[in-house]
Design a protein around this ligand. Structure first.
Ligand SMILES: *[C@@H]1O[C@H](CO)[C@@H](O)[C@H](O)[C@H]1NC(C)=O
Length: 393
């Protein structure tokens, strides 16, 4: 049985938050990192992650995209960590930040990494929350490990691995703002050098919001990344990051470089991911998924239409859609609407059953009573988005 519901997060409140920061004091360098020693497809590697509210029983793994980092979830960490039920685990994917790279990568290997990190954090189950390519990593993890993961949300639709492998050249014919991916695939090293020449400028070119659209030609060249910005100084800070967050991001990319982070675009990654998933039996994801997608993304203007192109709906049977007014970074640009969508979707999961342990002193004296109140402590924030439309498609 298929169930698709749509919740359109109206943009009434978007003006309130556009360009403003949910937590102006968020300081990524104040968060200690843990390191999981992982093994995947014969490779060993270290995945760094931030571990918040380890006593929470509803485990969430937040998965960044490109060119992201764990800290691009700052607004969700600030919001969700106020609720003690959430144990929030936020890795830097292989090749990003301080996480190492074993020289090989694919969506399924990254899915292995997520399981490894989850176990390292002392947990055996979680809901995944992805952004950009982190969405596809999350869907692949859910597809591969349905006994571990209960659901996955993403900002891009699930890309099923069915039929023949489709090269990026073909996809870019229909979605011309994906042409930059041809450059990243064919000239990965040159692209990494171009991006590394001025890391802050490169990141600023990508981290834009609705109010600062990129030049029209951006993302449409198969031979360079930044020429479309020629003559533009890009001297303003990324609109939805505070100074510490931007510096942290820039320093991380100055240290790690871009080469490994461009893995998503290489032929071995794409082809290997497709071959692996297409040979596996399970194609259809019946577990709950959500698409919390931006309505003004310079990469793909209409994600709902792209979803039809990808035949996503035939491969995810329980999909909830939320549309958020934002460009490519809805979780950063419009955190109020994004968090509200996330919260609504998370609330549809059945409450976690768990054994009492030494961490749960508050449970004593509640025998026979419904202790759901303890499990689901309300987030202190006001209800943020009044008008949500739900309509069954
Ligand atoms: C779909 O997933 C939600 C959780 O997001 C769950 O509450 C609901 O029961 C699921 N529906 C079906 C038909 O499985």
């Amino acid at each position: 049985m298929r169930q698709i519901s749509t919740a359109v997060v109206l943009s009434t409140f978007a003006g309130l938050v556009a360009g403003s920061l949910l937590d102006p004091d968020f300081d990524p360098s104040a968060y200690p990192q843990r390191v999981a020693n992982c093994e995947s497809e014969g490779h060993s590697l270290d995945i760094h992650y931030v571990d918040i509210n380890p006593d929470g029983h509803r485990n969430l793994v937040l998965v960044h995209g490109w060119p992201g980092l764990w800290s691009t979830w700052a607004n969700q960490i600030s919001y969700l960590s106020k609720d003690p039920q959430y144990h929030i685990i936020v890795p830097d994917l292989r090749g990003f930040g301080s996480s190492t790279h074993p020289g090989s990568a694919s969506f399924h290997e990254m899915a292995d990494d997520l399981v490894c990190v989850l176990y390292d954090a002392g947990e055996t189950s979680a809901i995944l929350i992805g952004h950009d390519w982190g969405s596809q990593v999350s869907y692949e993890a859910l597809r591969s490990f349905p006994d571990v993961f209960q659901g996955a949300s993403g900002t891009i639709p699930y890309i099923p691995s069915v039929g023949d492998f489709v090269p990026i050249e073909h996809i870019a014919k229909q979605l011309d703002h994906l042409t930059y991916q041809i450059y990243f695939e064919r000239e990965t090293k040159a692209a990494a050098s171009e991006l590394a020449a001025d890391v802050r400028r490169s990141l600023r070119s990508v981290y834009q919001d609705v109010a600062h659209p990129p030049p029209k030609a951006f993302l449409t060249s198969s031979t360079d990344f930044l020429k479309a910005y020629d003559g533009e100084p890009l001297d303003q800070r990324i609109p939805f990051l505070n100074e510490k967050e931007e510096d942290y991001l820039v320093q991380a990319y100055e240290r790690s470089g871009f080469l490994n982070t461009l893995q998503f675009y290489t032929h071995p990654f794409r082809f290997g991911s497709h071959e692996y998933a297409s040979k596996e039996g399970r194609k259809i994801i019946d577990e709950p998924t959500a698409l919390i997608y931006p309505d003004a993304d310079p990469v793909v203007e209409d994600w709902a239409a792209a979803m039809e192109l990808l035949h996503t709906r035939s491969f995810v049977t329980n999909l909830t859609l939320f549309k958020v007014h934002a460009a490519h970074w809805p979780q950063l640009e419009n955190p109020v609407a994004f968090n509200e969508a996330l919260r609504q979707w998370l609330d549809t999961f059945p409450p976690i059953e768990y054994e009492e342990d030494e961490h749960d002193e508050h449970e004593h004296g509640h025998e026979g009573s419904d202790d759901e109140d303890q499990l689901v402590a309300p987030i202190a924030d006001e209800p943020l988005l009044e008008p949500l439309l739900h309509e069954d498609l």
